[in-house]
Design a binder for this molecule. Structure first.
Ligand SMILES: Nc1ncnc2c1ncn2[C@@H]1O[C@H](COP(=O)(O)OP(=O)(O)OP(=O)(O)O)[C@@H](O)[C@H]1O
Length: 380
């Protein structure tokens, strides 16, 4: 253990600097997480910092080392930095888990707690290939870019594609029974794809899917989120039912193409809400048109499907279901998906990115979910 820093002003500046170092997975200052074991600065201005990692193979050790070094070098009076990495003891890890999960460290789905303000959106579609995953990823990134805390659960078990769309190759870190999701563009992402090796198909049936989703929602540490998106498999299968059971507060976002036939199938995906008691937050029409070089619009997949679907769902569920936006076809949207840089971040000026950001803006404008919130009144 090193000596405490004698110079109070320097000690304060060093602590303040370390408080700016954010753990890349937990997204909280390393000082709050009990990750700073000790810090000392000698007369020559050489700082010695001991950082406690959650697990020995922590994939982000280099990021933490570099961030802590840079933060300390910015402190006047610090000329050089040595970082020693150690691993937490079981006791320290337990204390960390308790800090993250709250007193008693109980396990459960945090988004269902009465005080949870997270808005949960289940992104559904009638059929595959309409751009559900691309829309999910872009909405999440657009909200994160606005400073919101956002997570994605890629529950599209048969066609998981979110990690690829966001350029994520890192595996989740396990801290005992707690899973820390990789973060890309400020969005915490967990996917079935991170738990199967290579490109193996997931041949799971209903009960297993339900358990996998339940585990994601219980064991993955998302922290306090403003919005959580679930990318569902296409159709009205088991997962949609599981989501309704596991996250009754989840609102459904239905993605469709403008084609009348696609809207017909999508209506079934949205109408499931009448059976599950969920709310339909809105319809998103994707692949609405292709902008021609002369400024004209070619409606490759017909037109009007999104509006018709919104009207039909409004009638079916008995509450206003708005058409939240129409996203044009854009090669750059597909390319952004292929390279792992969502179009709202990589090509923000394009009409497709503007349409996606417009939809994200409508979601961001909604107040954080207050339904079922406790008033916090205590009987005296
Ligand atoms: N507006 C668009 N313009 C151009 N390409 C698009 C657009 N939307 C989606 N795509 C492309 O269409 C393909 C299918 O999109 P995506 O994977 O997002 O669909 P999906 O509905 O999630 O499919 P599945 O349910 O089968 O996983 C991808 O290659 C994607 O890049």
């Amino acid at each position: 253990m090193s000596e405490p820093i004698a110079n109070t002003a320097l000690a304060e500046a060093v602590n303040a600097a370390l408080a700016t170092v954010i753990d890349p997975e937990l997204r909280r200052p390393i000082t709050e997480l009990g990750m700073v074991e000790s810090v000392a600065v000698d007369d020559a201005g050489r700082a010695s910092l001991v950082v406690l990692l959650t697990i020995s193979g922590c994939p982000l050790r280099e990021t933490i080392t570099a961030d802590a070094t840079n933060a300390l070098l910015a402190v006047p009076g610090v000329a050089a930095v040595d970082v020693e990495l150690k691993v937490m003891t079981q006791e320290q890890r337990d204390a960390l888990k308790e800090l993250l999960r709250g007193q008693g460290g109980q396990r459960g789905i945090p988004f269902n707690e009465p005080g949870s303000l997270t808005r949960v959106y289940a992104v559904a579609s009638g059929k595959g290939g309409v751009g559900k995953s691309s829309v999910t990823v872009n909405l999440a990134c657009a909200l994160a870019a606005q400073g919101l805390r956002v997570g994605i659960v890629d529950a599209d078990v048969y066609g998981f594609s979110v990690p690829g769309l966001m350029g994520i190759t890192q595996q989740p870190t396990r801290v005992d029974d707690m899973i820390l999701p990789p973060v890309a563009y400020g969005v915490k992402v967990i996917s079935i794809g991170m738990f199967v090796s290579g490109n193996q198909p997931v041949a799971w049936r209903g009960p297993m899917l339900h358990r996998a989703l339940e585990q994601f929602l219980t064991d993955v540490y998302f922290g306090d989120l403003d919005a959580l998106f679930l990318d569902l498999p296409p159709g009205t299968g088991d997962i949609a039912i599981s989501v309704a059971q596991l996250l009754p507060k989840a609102e459904i976002l239905v993605v469709t193409t403008p084609q009348a036939a696609a809207a017909d199938v999508a209506e079934r995906a949205g109408a499931i809400a009448t059976q599950t008691g969920q709310k339909v937050a809105g319809v998103i029409e994707n692949m609405s048109y292709l902008e021609m070089p002369d400024g004209g619009r070619m409606e490759l997949f017909g037109s009007g499907g999104g509006q018709v679907l919104a009207e039909r769902l409004t009638a079916t569920v008995g509450a206003e279901v708005p058409l939240l936006g129409q996203i044009p076809l854009d090669i750059q949207l597909r390319e952004g998906g292929d390279t792992g840089v969502p179009i709202v971040l990589g090509q923000a000026g394009t009409p497709a990115a503007a349409a996606l950001s417009g939809i994200a803006g409508q979601l961001a404008a909604k107040p954080r979910g207050l339904a079922g919130m406790k008033l916090g009144l205590q009987p005296r």
